[in-house]
Design a binder for this molecule. Structure first.
Ligand code: ZN
Length: 139
C-alpha cells in the first residue's frame, strides 16, 4: 500500500519546506528571503529542499520564569535538521521543546519535530511545531 506513505510525504512537504542558497549552500527555514543571510547574495537564488523531521540539539536555553499561562521551565533549542535527501548542510531551526524533561536534553540530543497546528496564509502553509525527544526508543 502506498497510500499512507504518499500522505506522509505530502505532509512533510508542507511542513518542512526549506530553501537552499545556490551560492553558498546556506539553508533558510522557514522563510525564503530576498537576501542570503550568510553570503549576502541579493537577490539570492534559492532552491526548494525538504528537511528531515529529526535532528540534533545544537544549543539550548531554559526559560525559567514565564507568565503563568506558559508552561515553565520552558526549554528552547536551536536544532540542526538535515536535508531529507542527505545532501548539503543542515538547517538551523529555532523551536520550543515540549513533552520533554530537562534532564533528557543536552547538546547533541536527537529530537523530532511535532506539528501542533497548521493554518494557511493564502496558499502557503504556516509552520507551527515544537521539538520533542522521540518516545518508545531505548537509547
Ligand atoms: Zn548564500
Amino acid at each position: 500500500m502506498s497510500g499512507p506513505r504518499y500522505h506522509r510525504s505530502r505532509e512533510q512537504d508542507q511542513h518542512l519546506l526549506a530553501f537552499e542558497c545556490q551560492e553558498c549552500g546556506y539553508v533558510s527555514f522557514p522563510e525564503e528571503r530576498e537576501t542570503c543571510k550568510r553570503c549576502g547574495a541579493a537577490p539570492a537564488t534559492w532552491e526548494d529542499t525538504h528537511l528531515a523531521e529529526r535532528g540534533t540539539i545544537r544549543t539550548f536555553v531554559v526559560q525559567e520564569y514565564l507568565p503563568d499561562e506558559f508552561e515553565s521551565p520552558q526549554p528552547v533549542a536551536i536544532v540542526d535538521l538535515p536535508q531529507a535527501d542527505g545532501d548539503g548542510e543542515p538547517a538551523r531551526v529555532y523551536g520550543l521543546l515540549t513533552e520533554t524533561h530537562l534532564e533528557e536534553i543536552d547538546v547533541g540530543t536527537e529530537v523530532e519535530a511535532r506539528f501542533r497546528e497548521l493554518f494557511a496564509d493564502g496558499d502557503r502553509p504556516i509552520n507551527s511545531f515544537k521539538f520533542a525527544v522521540p518516545r518508545g526508543e531505548k537509547r
